[in-house]
Write a protein that binds this ligand. Structure first.
Ligand code: ARG
Length: 269
């Protein structure tokens, strides 16, 4: 190799190294692969951008224009641990969130009371579970329906894309129809107007809605589906899931999660 070639080679190597410098030159310099240095991508630098369906109190809801709820507080605390600002996108239809995470470029995480299911795990990664829930059946107060066996021939309502909708379709085969609505206020409105005889949704959310807005509805049956909520992350961003899990572990051990449980559910997990 003559001097000129040597110089050119050195320059080329320097140029190649310059871009991934930040990612590769701290700690072990063996690899520039993000998977090994723990780095992750974000749609907007310095921010943890969250996609959510803001119709799911007490987990995420819009109150006087503010995004509030257990998962909202949790996401703010997670972002803070990660040195990021938590930023919620305008509300999205529940069944469009996972496709948006898979497509990339819109949000870093999907957080909407997402039950971790094997089907969803084929599309996205989930954080460690952050909450346990069951489904339940809600009917108008005073209805004589007390059990799913009485739902034969009736119309049942649920939210599009939810585990409540799947449960109804799988377990209420004798129902006249299982009708999907895009958001929970529409599910409850259909129940109030008699368009459906019963609705199926996550128990803590049913309790909350009945308490604050639909006192003329009641939970008649809790269904022990044993679901767990997780934060949905793109499979292309495994270090983001790992960083979120690390933050969750810290928030468990420093008592923040217990505090949020008390604040939103009056209990300690
Ligand atoms: N846990 C249920 C599911 O994963 C319902 C979630 C609905 N979430 C919402 N924000 N609307 O399907």
């Amino acid at each position: 190799m003559n001097k000129k070639t040597l110089l050119a080679t050195a320059l080329a190597a320097a140029a190649l190294c310059a871009l991934p410098l930040l990612a590769s030159c701290s700690g072990s310099s063996e690899s520039a692969q993000p998977a090994e240095d723990g780095s992750y991508t974000l749609v907007e630098e310095g921010k943890l951008t969250v996609a959510a369906s803001l119709d799911f109190p007490p987990f995420e809801n819009l109150e006087n224009g503010d995004v509030v709820g257990f998962e909202v507080d949790l996401m703010k605390a997670i972002a803070e641990k990660m040195g990021l600002e938590c930023s919620y996108l305008p509300t999205m239809k529940f069944d469009t969130i996972i496709p948006a995470i898979v497509a990339g470029g819109t949000a870093d995480v999907g957080v909407s009371g997402f039950t971790i299911t094997p089907e969803r795990e084929e599309e996205v990664d989930f954080s460690t579970p952050i909450c346990d829930t069951n489904q339940c059946i809600v009917v108008p107060a005073g209805s004589d329906i007390t059990d799913e066996s009485q739902l034969a021939g009736k119309r049942i309502g649920a939210e599009t894309g939810t585990t409540g909708l799947s449960w109804a379709k799988e377990n209420l085969a004798d129902a006249q129809e299982v009708v999907a609505f895009d958001e929970y206020p529409a599910v409850f409105a259909a129940l109030q107007s008699g368009q459906v005889a019963a609705v199926v949704l996550d128990k803590p959310v049913a309790d909350y809605y009945i308490n604050i807005a639909y006192p003329d509805c009641q939970v008649v049956k809790e269904i022990p589906t044993g679901e767990q909520y997780g934060i949905a992350v793109s499979k292309k961003n495994p270090n983001l899931t790992a960083a979120i899990d690390q933050a969750i572990a810290e928030l468990e051990s420093d008592g923040t999660i217990a505090e949020l449980d008390r604040k939103w559910f009056g209990t300690q997990a």
